[in-house]
Design a protein around this ligand. Sequence first.
Ligand code: NAP
Ligand code: HSE
Length: 444
Amino acid sequence: MAQFHELPALRVAVLGAGTVGTEVLRLIDEQGEDLAHRVGARLEVTGVAVRDLSRDRRPNVPAELLTADASALVRQADLVIEVMGGIEPARSLLLEAMSHGASVVTANKALLAQDGAALYEAADTHGVDLYFEAAVAGAIPLVRPVRESLAGDRIQRVLGIVNGTTNYILDAMTRSGAGFDDALATAQELGYAEADPTADVQGHDAAAKASILASLAFHTRVRLSDVHCEGITEVTAQDIAAATRMDRSIKLLSIIERVPGEAEERISARVYPALIPNTHPLASVSEAYNAVFIEAEAAGSLMFYGQGAGGAPTASAILGDVVSAGRHRVSGGVGPRESRYAALDAIPLDELRNAFYISLTVQDRPGVLAEIAGTLSGYGISISTIHQELVESEESDTERPPQQAHIGITTHRALESAMTASLDVFSSTSTVLSIDSVLRLEGE
Ligand code: NAP
Ligand code: HSE
């Protein structure tokens, strides 16, 4: 067996030395010898591209390797690890790297969801690898199982919690009764949520991951614009209390599935907060953890669980990809290419059938429930349960406004378009004072 110093070297360019990049560099430094034997070549970091050369860095980010000239760095690399994030300049740098013969490992879900096609095509044209295990659910092996281990099976449905920040917030709201803003502030204090948590709380991060998973699972190019996306900013403490009363939990779910039809099979990719029964395995996923539930025709149900974010967990997934890509540089061959032969169409949300929970504030007088039930049944929506609570008035008796009630209704599965039409009626009738929430029921 060759000694460490006898092994050939692979030139590794690292783009970014933030939360993830710093941990990638630490692992390459601390485990260099083991990694070299696994790859069959030494991983020689030739440079680390950052924005700000003057910033203090951790000791495992050697100052002499820092550069602001990422373009020059990637042109001289065998392998590029992209952990800078964002669309540009990451996109141009990866295309440039591949055009100069480098294989690429990236954690950049936003870029893959927006322009994965260009990256795949460049990898194909230049005969290099494109790996991205860390882009979906951090440390959890998910891309490789979907892309390779289940390549011989037929994935029917994936239901996942793939955003740690929002899971932390919803879990904190459930455990403490806190409102959304307070739970978000705590998540930021603890370092779970970023200073700008928009992509997380509005569901864009989970939607990007859904688009990546759907593309792999259904052998179809699923763009970010094909993913219906709703975030958690509208989830209230009242919704959480209602969920608890119904023995359910609210989770931000990424759902991708095949939808059979008379003429053709289509696919759906969507992200929204949903009520799931507390008996469902995803209900017990707490704090910032991720979990993904896959249903495949032959394999049956599979569950993946672990840390979906954080420097070290994400670096673990990246190093796994680095070893795979490195082995190909040494022994030849390339990893899996894009598989999009199925080219399935996406079904519009309106045509899907879902079960709903709606919460309304209404006038508390005779006939109101009948009117609401009549509207729903007029659109073919069947009620499953109704819960009513009188709204306590804070006014003195003499100034008391007309009595109001909160009504929580769950429905059987109905067309999304039918629910939209019913809500339109509710928003224009005087008996319904406000539509407080509309959530789907999943995981039945
Ligand atoms: P981060 O902490 O913000 O670090 C970004 C790094 O990239 C910084 O070192 C920054 O330089 C550098 N950088 C940014 N723009 C640059 C530019 N134009 N030119 C040169 N360098 C640039 O980000 P992160 O949390 O490590 O995330 C990196 C990637 O991993 C993102 O795509 C993210 O979505 C993905 N990811 C992150 C996690 C996680 O838990 N953090 C999990 C999974 C995937 P300076 O240091 O000089 O500012
Ligand atoms: N912001 C993401 C999360 C990081 O909270 O899950 C991992 O992709």
